[in-house]
Design a protein around this ligand. Structure first.
Ligand SMILES: Cc1cc2nc3c(=O)[nH]c(=O)nc-3n(C[C@H](O)[C@H](O)[C@H](O)COP(=O)(O)OP(=O)(O)OC[C@H]3O[C@@H](n4cnc5c(N)ncnc54)[C@H](O)[C@@H]3O)c2cc1C
Ligand SMILES: NC(=O)c1ccc[n+]([C@@H]2O[C@H](COP(=O)([O-])OP(=O)(O)OC[C@H]3O[C@@H](n4cnc5c(N)ncnc54)[C@H](O)[C@@H]3O)[C@@H](O)[C@H]2O)c1
Length: 466
């Protein structure tokens, strides 16, 4: 007899949803978390902390933009704690809500470090060193990821930080080098720049966020540079060191040297299996360094499933939650099919960026001729009212100008607005739906209508030519 039907390791977005789904189906579930608080990287070191800092950065940015209305200057030596003042409350309320949810679903919550003894036995060691062994029919691994530490970057969490420690800085620095041009780097670089820090972003690629539509990344780089930030593309970091006094020295492979007060290293993440002894369960990482799974999220060991960052991209809280839920459904035998292919991306930089479906470049490659309609927020009444005129929404359509292929948005509310386009894409609607439907006014959603009219105008011109 097993102690549990399912043992879930990790209480981040993937583990939480897996445990709740399995318990709701009447299974005996244990959720193991090594941290004192529930929620994983998403709540404690990632999504929620960075977005809390961003809220204050947006306030500062808005004050600066409205300098004629307010006499505004950030105080010298501003403590980071002031800038993330709401974070403790946000994290505690999240932990409380998760605890209540776990308890009311009769999930056994166990705090301790889990490791496999065999495919059906998980040993948990508490902080006091007490060990217990859980026998289980199934396991869902949801242990997430941790920041990659490149050899040449000696992260000391005092001068040279990673994304786990960057918010533990005591004071807002005067200058910051950000190593990386991915999502974490772009979010933090633009947030700190909006707060008035002199930020230099360094990446080996020519532009940041290379997977996004070029219009969006151009807009992001321009906005970052307009705030005073420096983007250094095509630059490989060779060595980083603290000078022992005040500054961090970053040497590039081309011989250039950058001196800043602090450095944030955001050079990717690695699957977190350090303590799990996965080989005892018959598992191994693949060549990408993640736990490989099939379309049902099952590993090569039949009773073990995995979900979230530990299985690799897209490495998003949003996708991890759904993977967790689906992993549990597959364990139980509830029909859920495979994961949706169309996953939106939301980047909470300053400005905000969001994308779903094809970029303009991908669509041109796949379809040759396409029609693109743009709506600058400066042409939208709500943009004028709220002072959000810097954004843009772009609809990417097929050559006929009918079928929607993708939606790309930059500017405030981009991550919310994208879902309208996502629903249109999923329901395979023609672009005309945005013109034939009536939206609330004034809203930024009007941008869909304006961009659709631009597409329909080009379609009409094209048809009259042919
Ligand atoms: C700075 C930053 C910002 C981000 N912003 C966003 C965003 O805006 N939107 C978005 O969708 N995604 C965002 N992400 C990504 C998101 O945080 C992750 O995709 C998500 O947290 C992954 O969820 P998970 O459940 O797989 O793992 P995690 O959230 O990493 O949780 C894993 C849990 O497992 C526990 N654990 C690990 N090993 C063991 C063990 N041996 N025993 C017991 N417990 C263990 C850990 O303590 C942890 O609590 C961001 C990430 C970072 C770093
Ligand atoms: N809003 C969101 O959805 C959100 C926010 C943050 C993080 N995340 C997730 O977290 C994951 C990790 O993000 P990340 O930004 O750390 O990783 P990443 O892999 O996206 O980017 C790392 C970057 O570092 C650069 N780099 C590495 N070593 C270098 C060197 N020596 N010199 C110059 N450049 C170097 C790489 O070229 C790359 O562009 C992402 O996959 C993302 O899905 C999502």
């Amino acid at each position: 007899m097993s102690d549990f039907d399912i043992v879930v390791i990790g209480s981040g977005p993937a583990g939480q949803k897996a445990a709740v789904q399995a318990a709701k189906a009447g299974k005996q579930v244990a959720l193991i978390e090594r941290d004192a608080l529930l929620g994983g990287a998403c709540v404690h070191r990632g999504t929620i902390p960075s977005k809390t800092l961003r809220e204050n950065a947006l306030r500062v940015n808005n004050m600066r933009k409205n300098a004629t209305l307010f006499q505004f200057k950030l105080s010298e030596d501003l403590e980071m704690a002031t800038l993330i003042d709401r974070l403790d409350d946000v994290m505690k309320s999240h932990d409380e809500y998760m605890r209540r949810q776990i308890d009311r679903n009769a999930i056994k919550r166990i705090h301790g470090r889990a490791r496999f003894l065999s495919p059906n036995e998980v040993e948990v060691t508490s902080v006091r060193g007490k060990k217990q062994v859980l026998n289980t029919d199934y396991v869902v691994i949801a242990t997430g990821s941790f920041p990659r530490k490149p050899e040449q970057v000696p992260i000391d969490h005092e001068n040279i930080f990673d994304s786990d420690s960057v918010l533990s800085m005591l004071y807002l620095p005067k200058s910051l080098a950000v190593l990386g041009g991915g999502v974490i780097a772009s979010e933090y670089a633009s947030i700190f720049q909006a707060l008035g820090v002199r930020v230099i972003m360094i990446d080996r690629y020519p532009r940041p966020l290379g997977f996004l539509d070029k219009d969006l990344t151009d807009n992001f780089v321009n906005a970052f540079q307009d705030m005073g930030g420096v983007w250094m593309g095509n630059s490989v970091v060779k060595k980083v060191c603290f000078d022992g006094v005040n500054d961090v020295i970053t040497e590039l492979e081309d011989g250039r040297t950058i001196i800043t007060q602090k450095l944030l290293c955001a050079a990717g993440r690695e699957a977190n299996v350090k303590d799990l002894d996965i080989d005892n369960a018959g598992l191994a990482l693949d060549e990408r360094g993640v736990i490989p799974v099939d379309g049902q999220l099952r590993t090569r060991v039949p009773n073990i499933f995995a979900a979230g960052d530990v299985i690799g991209p897209p490495s998003l809280a949003s996708a991890s939650m759904e993977q967790g839920r689906r992993a549990a459904c597959n364990v139980i035998g509830l029909e859920v099919g495979s994961m949706p292919e169309m996953i939106p991306v939301g980047i909470y930089g300053v400005p905000e960026l969001s994308s779903v479906g094809m970029t303009e470049q991908e669509a041109r490659k796949a379809h040759g001729q396409i029609i693109v309609g743009r709506a600058p927020f400066s042409e939208i009444a709500r943009g004028h009212i709220s002072g959000n005129q810097d954004g843009m929404l772009k609809l990417v359509c097929d050559a006929e100008g009918r079928r929607l292929l993708g939606v790309q948005i930059v500017g405030e509310e981009a991550t919310e607005l994208i879902h309208i386009g996502q629903m249109a894409l999923l329901s395979k609607s023609d672009v005309d739906i945005f013109v034939e439907s009536i939206f609330n006014f004034p809203t930024l959603a009007e941008a869909y209508r304006v961009a659709a009219l631009a597409v329909i105008g080009q379609r009409a011109r094209r048809n009259s030519v042919y």
